[in-house]
Design a protein around this ligand. Structure first.
Ligand SMILES: Nc1ncnc2c1ncn2[C@@H]1O[C@H](COP(=O)(O)OP(=O)(O)OP(=O)(O)O)[C@@H](O)[C@H]1O
Ligand SMILES: O=C(O)c1ccc[n+]([C@@H]2O[C@H](COP(=O)([O-])O)[C@@H](O)[C@H]2O)c1
Length: 192
């Protein structure tokens, strides 16, 4: 079985994430796709704005109707900095005989060599990367043994940073974020 994972802060989740996940799912013929919200993503300024429970609820609300997509609370329950190597070891134990694919946006590529124990991680998972507008996939620092596959997906210029700014500025999230997630953001008055 081929299992894809899309990790992220998801603060909040948006259609850029979901379309990337779907493109990778379809083009790489994945059998399962698991969204993995991070407690604290490494290499990211410590600026996660919403508590873990809210980000998890927003991710669940976004995909609860879509039977192809699952959500893992592993990193959120573990807490601390969410190094992908720890998560990959966890899922390798859970799925000893399956192919694991870690999906990333192209903005992650130039820093991939900085990920914790990237050499070991490259043995455990294959990477799928999707272009992201504004982040041309330039040459990146080589990682020995890296299995990196490109996915020619839709180019969707949405970032969580922009969405947080839109809420602060009183602008709509419609057509950028799934409706159920927007309802949660409104109910809980997030990002104000
Ligand atoms: N619009 C997009 N297109 C393709 N990949 C994306 C897009 N947005 C995010 N990703 C990828 O999804 C993963 C998780 O992203 P993350 O949750 O940090 O969202 P973000 O929009 O980049 O957030 P922020 O603006 O707060 O940095 C990363 O691998 C990122 O590259
Ligand atoms: O393991 C690492 O060193 C590492 C470094 C940077 C990013 N990641 C993972 O990549 C995913 C996207 O990260 P980010 O910074 O875009 O939220 C998220 O699941 C992070 O845990 C992981």
């Amino acid at each position: 079985m081929k299992i894809g994972f899309l990790g992220g802060s998801f603060d909040p989740i948006h259609y850029g994430h979901l379309v990337a996940a779907q493109d990778a799912f379809e083009q790489h013929k994945l059998d399962r796709l698991i969204l993995v919200p991070a407690a604290q993503a490494p290499l990211k300024p410590h600026d996660v704005q919403c508590p873990a429970a809210d980000r998890l609820a927003m991710v669940r609300a976004a995909v609860e109707w879509d039977t192809r997509f699952e959500v893992s609370d592993y990193e959120l329950l573990k807490g601390g900095i969410s190094y992908t190597i720890d998560t990959a070891r966890h899922f390798r134990k859970q799925f000893p005989n399956d192919q694991l694919h870690w999906i990333i946006g192209g903005d992650q590529l130039p820093r991939l060599h900085l990920w914790r124990e990237i050499g070991e991680l490259a043995k455990l998972v294959e990477f799928i990367f999707l272009e992201r507008p504004g982040h041309p996939a330039k040459t990146h620092t080589p990682v020995p043994g890296l299995r990196l596959h490109r996915c020619d997906g839709h180019l969707i210029e949405i970032s969580s940073t922009e969405l947080r700014a839109r809420v602060r500025g009183g602008l709509s999230l419609n057509y950028l974020v799934p409706h159920k997630t927007i309802e949660l953001i409104r109910e809980k008055n997030l990002y104000r």
